[in-house]
Write a protein that binds this ligand. Sequence first.
Ligand code: GDP
Ligand code: GDP
Length: 476
Amino acid sequence: MRRRRRNRVPNTPPRVGEHPIVAVLGRPNVGKSTLFNRIVGRRVSIVEDRPGVTRDRLYADADVGDKRCTLVDMGGFEFDPEGAVETGINQQCRTALEQAALVLFVVDGRVPPTSGDVATADLLRRAGRPSILVVNKVDGARQENDAVDVFSLGIEPVVLVSALHGRGVADLEDLVYARLPESAKIVEEEDEEEGQGAGTDEGEEEAPSGPIKVAIIGRPNAGKSSLINTILGEERLLTLDQPGTTRDAIDSAFERRGRSYVLVDTAGIRRKSRVPLAGPEKLAVTSAVRAIERCHVVVLLLDAGEGVAEQDAKVLGLAVDRGRAAVVALNKWDLVKGDRERQQKLFEATKDVLAFAPWISAAPICALNGNGVDKLFALVDAAYDEFTKRVPTGGLNRLFEEIIDHHPPPMRKGRPVRLYYATQASVRPPTFVVQCSYPESLHFSYRRYVQNKIREAFGFDGTPIRIHFKQRQRKG
Ligand code: GDP
Ligand code: GDP
């Protein structure tokens, strides 16, 4: 039996698609994180915490009424009024802002606007982005009077809030709602979790067709533009008029060996590459987030001359959290050509840093001359195929019988937690629902064990998989 349900429960896998980006901007300590948490806290559909990966709460989906957006915390970005206005930092900031559908500019209502606030307000006005001035720390009527100075910033509308206590946040949400496009409305979906029982495989997501959407991400100078130029130079460019392809000129569609692809956000990468490379990497992350949001497969480009860094793991972590398939390309392999020892070290360092996702494969390439690019595409294809793969319910349940035999679930109050029935609820990424008693008693180690067993049995190399343990509904 299937039911339609309006609100999605936490942990429901996000779909490939694009939600408008709402950037939260402001000086350090004005309360951005507090506000962020308040807005997403109640309704966030964020993925499970995975121990072992430290990551900033950089972004999260938030539902405002029946519209969904992606809130991006731009962190402690501070506009430097003393610095040259046309530095790369400002340019990168502008690029990041261009991608936002809406900017929440947060200031501290208890102090007069600083020169940094004024400069940021100028920048926002010049950028012409729809913005809301969020005057925070207005905890009561008394602070309202203190906050009058903020009107001089010239950003409208203005809303006075207390992120800490929740005061005014509903008003803010109304303003946000009104400024999000109609396309942000959440499309009602079949509720996958209810779809247990026979015949679940007739799901509406069968046979995903259309091009494979690929995002090429990596730190500045990793070789993203070079790789894109090489790929597009070799291939016949297609006009973007097939269904499922954005018509945006920012993407590049092409065919390669009989398969169709779209490289998402190629325009953004090329534009950015002309910009001086100074500036906070956090802002660069916004572009990556946007590309990740729109793709099926992420290609993380590493510079073999530079090695792998925590930042690479972080951004790949975002992709994995988002449920995207992923492949690593070790670019500039020519720089380590013939140096066995360095190559080995590089592979090992990559493995270490990306240990949270050992199912990701890496291919050495040389973006400049195209060496290795065929192999890279083979990995992209394979990852995509796994990302869209379904396994039969029969085989899945046989595997669960084995799991229960070999490693019974833990006890709860003297009785074992029972696993009743498993189905694959969806693809992109493959998502499983296990009906059980007392899901809260299944600890991380057991969940990981089940996850490893599923991978052992069915593969899924190159794609994250999700397993939701659900309390079995009682009859009646
Ligand atoms: P961020 O650096 O902009 O992300 O700021 P945080 O969210 O970390 O907040 C900085 C400090 O301001 C923390 O101590 C918060 O508890 C405090 N704060 C945030 N919102 C409010 C508020 O609405 N009222 C008051 N009084 N304090 C707040
Ligand atoms: P992006 O910032 O990630 O877009 O990087 P670019 O594509 O602009 O490349 C940065 C620099 O690395 C440029 O000077 C490229 O010529 C160089 N580069 C890119 N790919 C390769 C490669 O495969 N081998 C070598 N040796 N240099 C490369």
